[in-house]
Design a protein around this ligand. Structure first.
Ligand SMILES: *Cc1c(COP(=O)(O)O)cnc(C)c1O
Length: 393
């Protein structure tokens, strides 16, 4: 049997070795604590589940949904964007439902990328931006995210001929994995850049509701003229602890939304309607859960940052997102460091290199871990003496 090149070309799965070790340890009854996965541990709020339960009984919701989503869902998204960001969206032309943001991100590449085309992709970044590009036959031009630039791509560092050739620019703030945030002034510069070079901007914003210390993330669409060049992906996954239900949205430029609709309608049949009804409840019902969850994540964030500093790692508390991005000591690769932490303390973290070459030198810890486990993990961590790296001479 012969598989397509696009499968062969997939980057090797970095966590194979770590996953194998976790499985062995767990089979020996060892309490392995994982900070690796960004998947909220707190259940979906009860008012949303109750609405889902009701909607599941209605036989109209047992049939194929429309690709673009229920008109009521698109209206709820439009109202939510207005209320939350002051952004006006036509629910019929500028909003589409997604089977989670990930689905839309993957399919978006098929809307813009022909073989040989260039996508501007952040490094480190969520892997789907580059994998989608690869699947469509395109090439990634990596935009390094550097601490000295606040983990924002330096647009001036992109060579002119690359910018002229590029079809899309991927961005995501609040950022996974760095936890960085972007302000409207930066988004405004991206809009000007995109107009200058005729590039479509694809902004991924699933952490727009997860923020701390009074900080409120902005939408890319708040920038002047953003709707001329951009769509934004958002999701109920992280905001409302709904990762398992698979629902999100793309919003913004109507031609871009229409292109996504045309690709999607040929490949999937939309989001189950009962899930859309639950999502309407999430977006239009009371929003108490957001502040409650952020208070929980903030407590966890402060504890994790404290524990990491205690063992000598360099780390800043993020203003938003679910992630702590910590610099590891010189002399280790992120993979070696993560393996050492697993071997010596039965703690799992994500090696930064899994998000791209520039992620090297860092590890990512997720705050989506139940409090009792988090405490156990941090206690173990606090007693850890990081051994000096083996000399590689
Ligand atoms: C979690 C995540 C997503 C995917 O969200 P879904 O709506 O669950 O598919 C997309 N982008 C980033 C950066 C994420 O961290």
């Amino acid at each position: 049997m012969k598989f397509a090149n696009r499968i062969e070309k997939l980057p090797p799965y970095l966590f194979v070795e770590i996953s194998r070790k976790i499985a062995v340890k767990r089979s020996q009854g060892i309490d392995v604590i994982t900070f690796a996965i960004g998947d909220p541990d707190i259940p979906t709020p009860p008012h949303i589940i109750n609405r889902l339960r009701e909607a599941s009984l209605d036989s109209r919701n047992h049939r194929y949904p429309e690709t673009e989503g229920l008109p009521e869902y698109r209206r709820a998204v439009s109202q939510w964007y207005k209320r939350r960001f002051g952004v006006s969206l036509d629910p019929d032309k500028e909003v589409i439902s997604l089977i989670g943001a990930k689905e839309g991100i993957g399919h978006a590449a098929l809307c813009f990328i022909d073989p040989g085309d260039i996508a501007l992709v952040p490094d480190p970044g969520y892997p789907v931006y580059s994998v989608g590009t690869l699947f469509a036959g395109g090439e990634c031009y990596w935009m390094p995210l550097l601490e000295e630039n606040g983990w924002l791509p330096d647009l001036d560092a992109i060579p002119r001929e690359v910018a002229r050739k590029a079809k899309v620019l991927w961005l995501s703030y609040p950022n996974n994995p760095t936890g960085a945030v972007a302000g409207l002034d930066y988004f405004q510069r991206v809009v000007e850049f995109a107009k200058q070079y005729d590039i479509a901007v694809l902004h991924d914003a699933p952490y727009s509701e997860i923020a701390y210390d009074g900080y409120k993330p902005v939408s890319f669409l708040q920038a002047h003229g953003a709707k001329d060049v951009a769509i934004e992906f958002n999701s109920l996954s992280k905001s409302y602890n709904m990762t398992g239900w698979r629902i999100g949205m793309a919003v913004g430029n109507s031609e871009m939304i229409n292109a996504l609709m045309r690709v999607k309608s040929n490949l999937d049949s939309g989001v189950p309607q009962a899930i859309q009804v639950a999502a309407i409840e999430a977006l239009t019902g009371h929003q108490d859960a957001i502040d409650q969850h952020n208070a929980i994540y903030k407590r966890r964030r402060d504890k994790v940052v404290h524990a990491l500093r205690q063992i000598g790692l360099k780390v800043q508390p993020p203003k938003a997102s679910l992630y702590i991005w910590a610099r590891i000591p010189e002399g280790y690769t992120s993979s070696e460091f993560a393996t050492l932490l697993l071997d010596e303390k039965d703690i799992v973290v994500t090696p930064g290199a899994g998000y791209g070459r520039q992620g090297e030198g860092h590890i990512r810890l997720s705050l989506t871990i139940p409090d009792a486990e988090l405490e156990r993990g941090l206690k173990r961590l606090a007693s850890w003496k990081i051994p000096p790296p083996k000399s590689k001479g």
